[in-house]
Design a protein around this ligand. Structure first.
Ligand SMILES: *Cc1c(COP(=O)(O)O)cnc(C)c1O
Length: 341
């Protein structure tokens, strides 16, 4: 019986082809700007989004935190949804790294509106933090992989321009949104001041994220990355995995989405499931009945060699990814169909 790990799409391991690309990478000291594979990845990503420059960083958390730091000063305020990763899952970094406060918006599965943005901008008054940055997450991790409506993003951009706010995208899973919608990377590149993307989620690289922006943003970001301890040396081995991921693993994200939908369908028929968050991409979040503890549910899964996580009261999360083979997926469907309480 296969072991199926659905705890996260970060659990994927490099494929033999990716490892081969890593082994062949030409490297140098990237702190000196001399790693040609890192330079190639940064240029490739910047071109892909039609943005001026990019910076390779060790993690998605670091790219977001660098972006927040370059857009704000201590005492400024960052506006984001209450479910956002930058607020919930980055160790309080907005306060710790940038000394900024947070204005939480109450959106729909992590997606807020331009009118909510306008309503939450502080007046220029010594009592209030200075509203400085709006951050959008697409897809929304804690929202069950929900996708933003691009028309709303455009409205938010217009609001940010008219009120002089910067706009950042936490695009850790942006490619999951892009394979499901008609927008392109360059559409996003035109809207956002900075964008962070992860290569180590569904795209299957072992390490790495990129921050995208204009020359000035990336110049500042390089300094902040150094301060955060994120300057890397022969990082080209990792960058090669990132190039391989961008070249080979984007369109296949669709497979994860189709599978997540199939799992949603099976779960909706189970009497121990009280709710399934609408599945739009590769994340399935569902609620088990009050009478069943998530611990017991996860134990039952684990007895069938399936790993998942609980992300709140009665909430279970499955994340589909490229290390789930066709055979594993069949086994997964059978197991869930047969579970009963
Ligand atoms: C995973 C994730 C990140 C970054 O995570 P790291 O583990 O630091 O790479 C950022 N934002 C979102 C929405 C994520 O899901």
């Amino acid at each position: 019986m296969n072991s199926i790990d659905l705890r996260s799409d970060t659990l994927t391991k490099p494929s033999p082809e990716m490892l081969d690309a890593m082994m062949k990478a030409k490297v140098g000291d990237d702190v000196f700007g001399e790693d040609e594979t890192v330079n190639m990845l940064q240029q490739k990503a910047a071109e892909l989004f039609g943005m001026e420059a990019a910076l390779f960083c060790p993690s998605g958390t670091m790219t977001n935190q660098i972006a927040i730091k370059i857009h704000t000063q201590a005492g400024d305020e960052v506006m984001c949804d209450k479910l956002s990763h930058i607020y919930l899952f980055e160790g309080g970094g907005i306060a710790a790294n940038s000394g900024a406060s947070v204005r939480l918006l109450d959106g729909n599965l992590g997606r807020f509106s331009s009118s909510q943005v306008l309503e939450n901008i502080n007046k220029d008054d010594a009592h209030f933090p200075r509203t400085k940055l709006v951050s959008i997450e697409n897809t929304v991790n804690r929202g069950g992989g929900s996708i933003w409506d691009f028309e709303e993003i455009k409205k938010i951009k217009a609001s940010c321009i008219s009120t002089n706010l910067s706009l950042h995208l936490d695009g850790a899973r942006l490619f999951n949104a892009l394979v499901e919608t008609k927008e392109t990377t360059t559409d996003y590149g035109k809207i956002f001041d900075t964008i962070s993307i992860c290569l180590s989620k569904g795209l299957g690289a072992p390490v790495g994220s990129l921050l995208l922006g204009n020359q000035q943003h990336i110049y500042k970001a390089k300094r902040v990355r150094k301060i955060f301890g994120g300057g890397m040396r022969q990082a080209g081995y990792l960058a090669a995995a990132g190039i391989f991921a961008l070249d080979n693993n984007i369109s296949r994200l669709k497979i994860d989405h189709v599978r997540a939908k199939e799992i949603e369908k099976i779960l909706l028929q189970k009497n121990f499931v009280s709710e399934v968050f609408q599945v739009q991409t590769n994340i399935v979040i569902f609620k088990v009945n009050e009478t069943i503890s998530t611990e017991i549910f996860l134990k039952k899964l684990s007895a069938q060699n399936i790993k998942a996580v609980s992300i709140g009261k009665n909430l279970i999360r499955f994340v589909l990814h490229l290390d789930v083979s066709e055979e594993m997926f069949e086994q997964l469907k059978t197991t869930i169909s047969e579970i009963n309480f």
